[in-house]
Design a protein around this ligand. Structure first.
Ligand SMILES: [Zn+2]
Length: 183
Protein backbone atom coordinates (compact mmCIF):
# COMPACT_ATOMS: atom_id res chain seq x y z
CA UNK A 1 0.00 0.00 0.00
CA UNK A 2 2.82 2.38 0.87
CA UNK A 3 4.33 2.07 -2.55
CA UNK A 4 1.15 3.14 -4.27
CA UNK A 5 0.75 6.28 -2.22
CA UNK A 6 2.66 9.35 -3.25
CA UNK A 7 3.85 12.24 -1.16
CA UNK A 8 4.50 15.75 -2.40
CA UNK A 9 7.84 17.09 -1.20
CA UNK A 10 8.05 20.84 -0.70
CA UNK A 11 11.22 22.82 -0.45
CA UNK A 12 11.98 24.73 2.76
CA UNK A 13 10.41 27.70 0.96
CA UNK A 14 7.20 25.67 0.37
CA UNK A 15 7.91 25.50 -3.35
CA UNK A 16 7.03 22.05 -4.71
CA UNK A 17 10.09 19.90 -5.46
CA UNK A 18 8.86 16.48 -6.50
CA UNK A 19 6.76 13.48 -5.58
CA UNK A 20 8.09 10.44 -3.78
CA UNK A 21 6.66 7.23 -2.41
CA UNK A 22 4.94 7.38 0.95
CA UNK A 23 7.62 5.06 2.30
CA UNK A 24 10.40 7.46 1.37
CA UNK A 25 8.38 10.39 2.68
CA UNK A 26 7.90 8.71 6.06
CA UNK A 27 11.60 7.88 6.24
CA UNK A 28 12.44 11.51 5.53
CA UNK A 29 10.17 12.66 8.35
CA UNK A 30 11.38 10.03 10.82
CA UNK A 31 15.00 10.83 10.08
CA UNK A 32 14.38 14.51 10.74
CA UNK A 33 15.04 15.68 7.21
CA UNK A 34 11.46 16.76 6.60
CA UNK A 35 8.31 17.66 8.49
CA UNK A 36 4.72 16.64 7.90
CA UNK A 37 2.62 19.39 6.39
CA UNK A 38 -0.56 17.55 5.41
CA UNK A 39 -2.00 14.15 6.23
CA UNK A 40 -5.09 12.45 4.93
CA UNK A 41 -6.29 10.67 8.02
CA UNK A 42 -4.69 7.30 7.27
CA UNK A 43 -2.37 5.81 9.82
CA UNK A 44 0.35 3.37 8.82
CA UNK A 45 0.55 0.57 11.36
CA UNK A 46 2.89 -2.30 11.98
CA UNK A 47 3.39 -4.23 15.23
CA UNK A 48 5.72 -1.67 16.76
CA UNK A 49 5.05 1.36 14.67
CA UNK A 50 2.19 3.66 13.85
CA UNK A 51 2.49 6.83 11.86
CA UNK A 52 0.00 9.19 10.20
CA UNK A 53 0.44 8.91 6.46
CA UNK A 54 1.67 12.23 5.11
CA UNK A 55 0.45 13.59 1.79
CA UNK A 56 2.66 16.67 1.82
CA UNK A 57 6.02 17.05 3.57
CA UNK A 58 8.53 19.89 3.68
CA UNK A 59 12.29 19.52 3.77
CA UNK A 60 13.93 21.30 6.67
CA UNK A 61 16.90 22.48 4.68
CA UNK A 62 16.65 24.56 1.53
CA UNK A 63 17.29 22.51 -1.59
CA UNK A 64 18.97 24.55 -4.30
CA UNK A 65 18.04 23.54 -7.77
CA UNK A 66 19.44 23.91 -11.26
CA UNK A 67 21.65 26.85 -10.47
CA UNK A 68 23.10 26.58 -13.95
CA UNK A 69 19.75 27.30 -15.49
CA UNK A 70 18.66 30.03 -13.19
CA UNK A 71 17.62 33.14 -15.06
CA UNK A 72 17.79 31.42 -18.38
CA UNK A 73 14.57 29.57 -17.90
CA UNK A 74 13.69 26.12 -19.07
CA UNK A 75 15.04 24.88 -22.39
CA UNK A 76 12.47 24.96 -25.15
CA UNK A 77 11.92 21.34 -26.16
CA UNK A 78 9.08 18.98 -26.89
CA UNK A 79 9.74 17.17 -23.64
CA UNK A 80 9.52 20.39 -21.63
CA UNK A 81 6.35 21.47 -23.44
CA UNK A 82 4.86 18.12 -22.41
CA UNK A 83 5.96 18.79 -18.83
CA UNK A 84 4.64 22.34 -18.81
CA UNK A 85 1.26 21.16 -20.03
CA UNK A 86 1.29 18.16 -17.73
CA UNK A 87 0.99 15.68 -20.61
CA UNK A 88 -2.53 16.93 -21.22
CA UNK A 89 -4.17 18.02 -24.47
CA UNK A 90 -4.69 21.74 -24.07
CA UNK A 91 -7.83 21.69 -26.19
CA UNK A 92 -9.89 18.79 -24.85
CA UNK A 93 -8.09 17.93 -21.61
CA UNK A 94 -7.40 14.32 -22.48
CA UNK A 95 -4.30 12.63 -21.07
CA UNK A 96 -3.20 9.79 -23.21
CA UNK A 97 -0.15 8.43 -24.89
CA UNK A 98 -0.78 9.78 -28.37
CA UNK A 99 0.07 13.37 -27.69
CA UNK A 100 1.78 15.73 -30.02
CA UNK A 101 2.60 19.41 -29.99
CA UNK A 102 0.40 21.89 -31.82
CA UNK A 103 1.16 25.34 -33.16
CA UNK A 104 -1.73 27.57 -32.07
CA UNK A 105 -1.09 29.67 -35.16
CA UNK A 106 0.14 27.11 -37.70
CA UNK A 107 3.71 27.36 -38.93
CA UNK A 108 2.43 27.61 -42.48
CA UNK A 109 0.54 30.72 -41.43
CA UNK A 110 3.55 32.40 -39.91
CA UNK A 111 3.17 31.01 -36.39
CA UNK A 112 6.39 30.84 -34.45
CA UNK A 113 7.82 27.85 -32.67
CA UNK A 114 8.09 29.16 -29.13
CA UNK A 115 6.57 28.79 -25.68
CA UNK A 116 3.70 31.13 -26.47
CA UNK A 117 2.59 29.45 -29.68
CA UNK A 118 3.13 25.75 -29.00
CA UNK A 119 0.95 23.57 -26.77
CA UNK A 120 0.34 19.89 -26.17
CA UNK A 121 -2.53 18.46 -28.20
CA UNK A 122 -3.92 14.99 -28.73
CA UNK A 123 -3.81 13.62 -32.24
CA UNK A 124 -7.59 14.01 -32.83
CA UNK A 125 -7.58 17.68 -31.77
CA UNK A 126 -4.46 18.33 -33.80
CA UNK A 127 -6.12 16.76 -36.82
CA UNK A 128 -9.43 18.52 -36.28
CA UNK A 129 -7.70 21.88 -36.04
CA UNK A 130 -5.72 21.21 -39.18
CA UNK A 131 -4.28 24.28 -40.81
CA UNK A 132 -6.49 26.71 -38.93
CA UNK A 133 -5.61 28.87 -35.98
CA UNK A 134 -7.19 27.90 -32.66
CA UNK A 135 -9.52 30.90 -32.96
CA UNK A 136 -10.60 29.98 -36.49
CA UNK A 137 -11.22 26.42 -35.41
CA UNK A 138 -13.22 27.64 -32.41
CA UNK A 139 -11.02 25.56 -30.14
CA UNK A 140 -10.39 27.17 -26.77
CA UNK A 141 -7.22 26.50 -24.85
CA UNK A 142 -7.36 25.16 -21.30
CA UNK A 143 -4.91 27.81 -20.22
CA UNK A 144 -2.82 30.52 -21.73
CA UNK A 145 0.56 29.21 -22.86
CA UNK A 146 3.49 30.60 -20.87
CA UNK A 147 7.22 30.43 -20.59
CA UNK A 148 7.96 28.16 -17.62
CA UNK A 149 10.39 29.52 -15.11
CA UNK A 150 11.50 26.39 -13.32
CA UNK A 151 12.28 22.82 -14.09
CA UNK A 152 9.34 20.55 -14.53
CA UNK A 153 11.33 17.46 -13.84
CA UNK A 154 9.31 14.97 -11.81
CA UNK A 155 6.22 17.01 -12.21
CA UNK A 156 3.83 14.54 -13.65
CA UNK A 157 1.12 14.51 -11.04
CA UNK A 158 0.74 10.89 -9.94
CA UNK A 159 -2.66 9.30 -9.87
CA UNK A 160 -4.12 9.41 -6.39
CA UNK A 161 -7.32 9.56 -4.41
CA UNK A 162 -9.34 12.78 -4.57
CA UNK A 163 -8.30 13.56 -0.98
CA UNK A 164 -4.64 13.27 -1.93
CA UNK A 165 -5.07 15.49 -4.98
CA UNK A 166 -6.94 17.98 -2.86
CA UNK A 167 -4.14 18.18 -0.31
CA UNK A 168 -1.54 18.74 -3.04
CA UNK A 169 -3.54 21.27 -4.97
CA UNK A 170 -2.71 24.43 -3.06
CA UNK A 171 1.02 23.78 -3.20
CA UNK A 172 1.23 23.31 -6.95
CA UNK A 173 1.75 26.07 -9.50
CA UNK A 174 -1.43 27.03 -11.38
CA UNK A 175 0.01 25.59 -14.58
CA UNK A 176 -0.14 22.11 -13.10
CA UNK A 177 -3.68 22.28 -11.84
CA UNK A 178 -4.93 20.71 -15.00
CA UNK A 179 -8.67 20.81 -15.41
CA UNK A 180 -9.03 17.09 -15.81
CA UNK A 181 -6.94 16.26 -12.76
CA UNK A 182 -8.51 18.55 -10.23
CA UNK A 183 -12.23 18.76 -10.34
ZN1 LIG B 1 -7.51 16.90 -27.56
Amino acid sequence: MLDNQKVLILNYSYEPLQFCTAKRGIIMVLSGRAEKIETNGYVVRSPNFSFPLPTVIRVLKMVRRNRRNRGKGVAFSKKNIMRRDNYTCQYCGVREKLLTVDHIIPKSRGGETNWMNVVVACKPCNLKKGNRTAVEAGMALNKKPFRPSFHYHSFVIPSASPEHLESWYKYLPPSLRARNVFN
